[in-house]
Design a binder for this molecule. Structure first.
Ligand SMILES: NC(=O)C1=CN([C@@H]2O[C@H](COP(=O)(O)OP(=O)(O)OC[C@H]3O[C@@H](n4cnc5c(N)ncnc54)[C@H](O)[C@@H]3O)[C@@H](O)[C@H]2O)C=CC1
Ligand SMILES: O=C(O)C(=O)Cc1ccc(O)cc1
Length: 363
């Protein structure tokens, strides 16, 4: 039996707490969050067992404290936690950048009890209401141990992460910040700048926005993420982001040359090399790329069409993650797209709908 404390219970704090509740129902989970409604929702749904105050003696009984608030607050809480926690406590965080928190930990001489954490899973949504007990499933969870952390503490935390269905990976804070600048921070900048570019190029009738095809939608989903969070990430990981942006700008200039020069070989190489590398990414691990369980089907455009399908699925307890009409016909048939949480649900859904004579496309 362990006691786990949370400070901040939004998308990530909430998802970690829910996963702990699911896999370790006997653990005692306590939390502090800024909004009382969040704590009430967590308590009422049984995710947490008790509410902590901002400053609370009960941090002393915690085996782990998860800092899941924005980074500047996490640093403030570290100072207070130093005065109350027990010797065996492991403090961790969930921040997307590891350099600044490790700097603070070193200054406070807390690097014997701090193991930085970063689940490489998330979504463009935020808040406890969007958290889920399966967000961490099959996702890499980076651990960045403080310089003085014992192997025992690191092993214990790594085992906890593993028990939640995530894949622990130990890196230094420096390695982490360069890698994530490339695979997470740059992609968000690209998505947001592409959306802003199209917004500025579009005409008054917004034709670009209206007909934006699947490719545009796929690579810009993350442009809907929290502006405050991404502003903070850019302010914290400035040097690494600037380095990878430089490389990217260089590559874009090369591509423009290939286009201007109608350099067929270079253009083919661009798309062939990216296809091969992208296809080699393991889609069974969530990593940064969440596997989508999607069906397409033809439906007649009439009132109640979607409701009927949702009812057929609900009667078999199949939850729908997302459902919607595709207006841009990228392929000839299949205008309704249904996304499921799990592969099994998708397969059962396909079978049920086929039985009812729907034409189902599994891609
Ligand atoms: N959103 C994502 O996809 C991912 C986010 N992260 C990192 O996780 C951390 C948390 O992000 P999210 O959970 O997405 O944000 P969120 O906005 O969903 O949750 C943040 C939580 O912190 C609380 N909070 C804010 N100020 C506070 C304060 N002064 N004291 C106590 N609680 C306070 C908020 O009320 C909220 O419950 C960030 O550092 C982010 O970089 C890491 C991986 C993925
Ligand atoms: O939604 C997505 O695909 C993400 O990229 C989520 C994400 C956001 C921030 C992180 O630090 C890690 C993962």
């Amino acid at each position: 039996m362990k006691t786990i404390g949370f400070i901040g219970l939004g998308l990530i704090g909430g998802s970690i707490a829910k996963a702990i509740r699911k896999f370790h129902p006997d653990y005692h989970i306590l939390a502090y969050a800024r909004h009382k409604e969040t704590l009430a929702a967590a308590l009422n749904s049984g995710v947490i067992d008790g509410v902590l105050e901002k400053e609370d003696e009960r941090y002393k009984i915690c085996d782990y404290v998860f800092l899941c608030a924005p980074v500047e607050y996490n640093i403030e809480y570290l100072k207070y936690l130093k005065t109350v926690i027990s010797d065996s406590c492991i403090i961790t965080d969930a921040g997307s950048v590891k350099g600044p928190i490790h700097e603070a930990v070193e200054k406070l001489e807390m690097d014997h009890c701090f193991i930085g954490g970063h689940p490489m899973a998330g979504s463009e949504r935020s808040g406890f209401s969007n958290s889920s007990d399966h967000l961490l499933e099959n996702a890499y969870y980076i651990l960045t141990p403080g310089g003085q952390v014992s192997l025992n503490k690191l092993t214990e935390f790594s085992e906890l992460v593993d028990s939640l269905g995530a894949i622990p990976m130990v890196l230094t804070a420096e390695e982490h910040d360069f890698i994530t600048a490339g695979v997470s921070h740059l992609p968000h900048i690209i998505a947001s700048s592409l959306v802003n570019l199209i917004s500025s190029l579009d005409n008054d009738a917004e034709y670009m926005k209206t007909i934006a095809a699947g490719g545009f939608r796929d690579i810009t989903r993350i442009a809907s993420s929290s502006p405050v969070m991404w502003q903070q990430i850019c302010l914290e990981n400035t040097k690494n982001i600037s380095t990878v942006l430089d490389e990217y700008i260089r590559m874009l200039i090369q591509i423009r040359c290939s286009v201007d020069n109608k350099d067929a070989d270079q253009l083919y190489q661009l798309f062939a090399a990216s296809r091969d590398y992208r296809d080699s990414i393991d889609v069974t691990s969530c990593g940064l790329i969440t596997k989508a369980y999607v069906l397409y089907l033809d439906i007649v455009d009439e009132a109640g069409g979607i409701a009927t399908i949702a009812t057929i699925l609900a009667m078999d307890n199949i939850s729908i993650k997302n459902i919607g009409i595709i207006h841009n016909r990228e392929f000839e048939q299949g205008v309704l797209k249904i996304e499921f949480y799990e592969e099994d649900a998708m397969k059962r859904g396909a079978a049920l709908l086929k039985k009812r004579n729907y034409i189902v496309y599994e891609r």
